[in-house]
Design a protein around this ligand. Structure first.
Ligand SMILES: CC(C)(COP(=O)(O)OP(=O)(O)OC[C@H]1O[C@@H](n2cnc3c(N)ncnc32)[C@H](O)[C@@H]1OP(=O)(O)O)[C@@H](O)C(=O)NCCC(=O)NCCS
Length: 211
């Protein structure tokens, strides 16, 4: 990955079932419909949002349309063709330019679970990450109890590498799943490590980062 690499995909990106496009402030109602839900935030690093919190997170995510430096990300709305409404969002974050590491995340409104949208949308983000961005490894992290998220990550081809201890009492910790580059395999593909790091589990940018 050259120091000049900037990933600013042309959007929208259409799949057979939905469109991925940057969020806009006009999406507030649709986005707040899932940000405000305790069952959506349950395993994430934030609580159900007030309208003001949603507006602040949304404003930050609206700006996430290009990746240049560490911690930059793409956040795209998932918009099924049949309704034209935002039913969730998918993210790709550059975790380390130097080590070509990225992270994928997804949130869907519960009314739209069980249709494969998260898996399909995340597949697009993996293609961008491994393709145009030239990443070597993309990981997904989720709360150890978040079996729905872990299933999506496994369906994407990731393998479970670590179970991180919880930082706070009452938490089970998180699992990390990673996927090495699948196409144009790099020589170091076999160097995946199992990591067990203490102290993880706090609020950080991760699978469910809202902003
Ligand atoms: C994580 C989350 C996106 C998973 O939602 P999901 O609906 O299970 O995931 P998908 O959209 O990929 O759908 C997969 C399910 O749809 C089913 N499905 C139906 N039609 C399908 C299709 N055409 N293609 C693929 N899967 C399909 C799959 O069998 C699968 O169900 P299963 O897990 O019971 O086997 C959702 O639980 C969520 O938004 N949670 C709150 C936010 C969150 O925790 N995000 C993750 C942070 S780490």
């Amino acid at each position: 990955m050259s120091s000049q690499t900037i990933l600013r995909p042309s959007t929208p990106i259409d799949t057979t079932r939905f469109r991925l496009r940057p969020l806009t402030m006009a999406d507030f109602d649709d986005v707040h419909a899932y940000y405000c839900r305790a069952d959506v935030a349950r395993y994430l690093y934030w609580n159900a949002c007030t309208p003001e919190e949603t507006r602040a997170y949304l404003a930050r995510n609206v700006a996430r349309t290009a990746i240049e430096n560490d911690d930059d990300g793409l956040v795209y709305a998932v918009v099924p063709h049949d309704t034209g409404r935002v039913v969730g969002q998918v993210t790709l974050r550059l975790a380390s330019r130097e080590h070509r590491q990225g992270e994928v995340g997804f949130i869907l409104h519960p009314d739209h679970h069980g249709r494969g949208y998260a898996t399909e949308a995340a597949t697009v983000m993996l293609d961008l990450g491994f393709g145009e961005l030239g990443l070597h490894r993309i990981e997904g992290r989720c709360d150890a109890r978040n079996t729905g998220s872990a299933r999506v990550l496994e369906r994407l081809g990731m393998r479970r590498e670590a179970h991180l201890r919880a930082k706070r009492a009452g938490h089970l910790g998180r699992v990390e799943l990673r996927q090495p580059r699948l196409r144009n395999l790099l020589p170091d593909r076999g160097q995946l490590r199992v990591e067990v790091r203490p102290g993880a589990g706090g609020r950080s940018s991760s699978c469910g980062w809202p902003g």
